[in-house]
Design a protein around this ligand. Structure first.
Ligand SMILES: [Fe+2]
Length: 256
């Protein structure tokens, strides 16, 4: 359940945001643009440059889609605040990333459980300009949509610990590629600088066996040795491993 309601696009397909909502975007993007420097991975920063997001207003899905289509063939589509998991996977399988067309209220500036439009555009879309990454996300959606709800729940952990909260080792040091981190000011600092969370080398079996919480800051991050490690996961092994995991996931899904 969520207190947020996505705004419906007008007759031309755009969403009319209020001056206050545009100002919220401005506050979020101004501070995030600063904090991600030397913390986000190069692929993300290159994608962010390509998107050239406006700072004084919330961009429209068509503007983001124009860049994504030109780079990887993806697009973003407006959706409700919460969508069924099947729809989420189906969109990914079709190279469409869902963007809930609402932005957080000021009381939730630092943290909200629901993925809002700042999270989708700023957190996820830069990496979706990277062809190999976009291919992986499409492949993931294609696999997930075909399998059972139980296996989908297990696969949700892979999404969570990579696309949402993934870290990667680089020559310059540890960097962030997960959109859940990169759209959060506090977590961008915490994920790299805090001594509290565990940072484990990425291991597929461990990731699939690790439950997550979406309502609190992360206790564990998984670190890729290189961003290309993610792309090597495109094998049926993932589904086979997920099918063998017997525990009932205790988390629900807020993964887009
Ligand atoms: Fe997300």
């Amino acid at each position: 359940m969520t207190k947020y309601v996505a705004k419906k696009p007008n007759a031309s397909g755009d969403v009319d945001f209020t001056p206050e909502e545009n100002e919220t975007w401005n506050i979020l993007i101004e501070r995030q643009n600063k904090v991600i420097q030397n913390r986000a991975c190069d692929e993300y920063l290159a994608g962010l440059k390509k998107l050239d997001l406006p700072v004084h207003r919330i961009p429209q899905c068509r503007e983001i889609s124009e860049v994504l289509k030109a780079t990887t063939g993806w697009s973003v589509v407006p959706v409700d605040a919460i969508i069924p998991l099947e729809k989420f996977f189906s969109l990914l399988a079709n190279c469409q990333f869902p963007a809930a067309t609402f932005i957080r209220v000021r009381d939730d500036l630092d943290y909200l459980q629901e993925p809002d439009i700042f999270h989708e555009f700023f957190g996820h879309c830069p990496m979706l300009t990277e062809p190999a990454y976009a291919d992986f996300v499409q492949w993931y959606g294609e696999q997930a949509v075909k399998t059972s709800k139980k296996v989908q729940a297990i696969l949700g952990r892979l999404f969570w610990f990579t696309i949402e909260f993934g870290l990667v080792r680089t020559k310059a040091g540890l960097r962030i590629y997960g959109g859940g981190i990169l759209s959060s000011y506090a977590e961008t600092l915490y994920a790299l600088d805090s001594k509290t969370p565990a940072r484990c080398a990425f291991n597929l079996q461990n990731v699939l066996n690790t439950p997550y919480r979406y309502d609190e800051i992360q206790k564990i991050y998984f670190t890729l040795s290189d961003i290309s490690e993610l792309f090597t996961l495109k094998t049926n092994k993932i589904i086979e491993l997920a099918e063998k995991i017997q525990d009932a996931p205790d988390n629900n899904f807020v993964i887009c």
